[in-house]
Every structure is written in C-alpha cells, then in structure tokens.
Design a protein around this ligand. Structure first.
Ligand code: ADP
Ligand code: MG
Length: 218
C-alpha cells in the first residue's frame, strides 16, 4: 500500500463477492461431502456432509432473483435459509452465524469491517451453542480464523491476504481438534472415544474460510 493507492480505493467485500462466496461454499460442500460425512460417521451420526449439502442447495435456490446490491442481504438470506432447511446442530449454528455476518455488513466492507462481521458470526455461534475453544466444535476453527483476519486487517492487509491468513488459521484450528475430547454436540456422548478424530464442524468451517480466501483472490 503506497500513498498513491489509499485504502479507500482497495476492493471491498460487496454483494457480488458475497454471492460468489456462498456459491463457492456450495460447490466446496458438494465436493467434500463424503469427507465431511466420514468425519461425522467417526464421532457423530454421519450426516454433516448431507446436512450442509441440503442447506446450501436450498440457499442457491433462495438467492435466485436476489439482486446482490449489498453483501448483508446475501448473507442474511443464506443464514435464514440454513436455519429453516438444516435439521442438524450445524444448521442453526451456521444459519445464525451467516445472519449475524449479514447484519454487520450494511454495505461494501473493507478488511476491518469484514473482520468484525466474521467476529459477530462467531459470537452468534457461541451464544447459541455455548461452546468454548477446546470443546471440539466449529468454534475451534472459527476463533483462530477471526483472530488472524483481525490481525491482518489491523496491519493494513488487503482482503485477499487477510482472508488467506484466516483460512490458514481455520485449517490449523480444525487439525488441532484431533487430540481434543468433545464437550459439546453429539460427539460429546462418546467421551474419550471422541479423541483422535478431526471434528466435522471445524472442518467445514475451515472450508468456509478457504472458499472466502479463494473468492477474494480470483
Ligand atoms: P448433528 O450433530 O446434529 O448431527 P451436524 O452433523 O450437521 O449436526 O454437525 C455436527 C457439528 O456441529 C460438530 O462436528 C460440531 O463441530 C458442531 N457442533 C455441535 N454442537 C455444537 C455447539 N454446541 N457449538 C458449536 N458447534 C457445535
Ligand atoms: Mg451429524
């Protein structure tokens, strides 16, 4: 960033980018469906991949005809649809998260604003699910992702760079769930037998952050 290219001229996270992000999540969920299902078969009931696929397929339909003038409308619609279409724990959790992100984005966002919106998404997950970091859930990927996004944004990084740092952090967070014992959700019923497996929800959160980075980079 030089004085000739002020921050205000840098690309912002707008409605079309928000829609591209959601479409990329739907494609990634489709591609990774069996991996998510296998992870959930090991410590849950094997439906995480199909839950998300059903949810994001419905989201694509819901977004038809929505003119994505602002990112908030796209993400709020995404969240509302996930809440209503996904029965598993992940539907309400991701649904409320996307609604909170949408509510925090009234217009095109710079990196610092997007960081705070993603933090609002995490707050929504924690308010509903009452999980702390270390409980082997979505929170274990989302928390380091928000921290990395915030740090990068505060250092003046543009959107693609901040999102890439967040995606790397989310993937590390997901991998770091392997040795944890689940204390929330279905996997907690397994007690110590949940140890040694990567959490499916943390894994899908890493996908969500990776697709954001890819959307902002291309
Ligand atoms: P279900 O557990 O109802 O079958 P899914 O299989 O779709 O729903 O989602 C399971 C994932 O949801 C888990 O891997 C975990 O990451 C996440 N999860 C479950 N409970 C919570 C919670 N209270 N807070 C955050 N994430 C949770
Ligand atoms: Mg499940």
């Amino acid at each position: 960033m030089t004085p000739d290219t002020p921050q205000s001229d840098a690309p912002r996270f707008d409605g079309p980018l928000a829609e591209s992000w959601i479409r990329a999540i739907a494609a990634a969920v489709e591609k990774e469906r069996s991996r998510l299902t296998d992870l959930d078969s090991a410590i849950g009931d094997g439906d995480h991949g199909s839950n998300l696929q059903r949810g994001f397929t419905a989201v694509l339909t819901a977004l038809e005809g929505l003119r994505p003038a602002d990112p908030g409308a796209v993400l709020t619609k995404t969240g509302t649809t996930l809440v209503s279409k996904v029965g598993g724990a992940s539907g309400p959790l991701y649904g409320k998260a996307f609604r909170a992100i949408g509510a925090a984005l009234p217009g095109p966002a710079d990196p610092a604003t997007l960081a705070e919106a993603l933090a609002a998404g995490l707050d929504a997950v924690r308010l509903l699910g009452k999980a702390d970091p270390g409980d082997k859930t979505i929170v274990d990927a989302w928390t380091p992702a928000v921290a990395a996004f915030r740090t990068a944004a505060a250092a003046g990084a543009p959107l693609p760079e901040a999102a890439a740092a967040a995606a790397d952090a989310a993937e590390r967070g997901a991998r770091d769930t392997v040795p944890l014992q689940a204390r929330k959700g279905r996997a907690s019923y397994l007690g110590e037998r949940s140890i040694g497996h990567q959490d499916p929800g943390a894994t899908s959160t890493a996908l969500i952050f990776r697709t954001l980075a890819e959307t902002l980079t291309t």
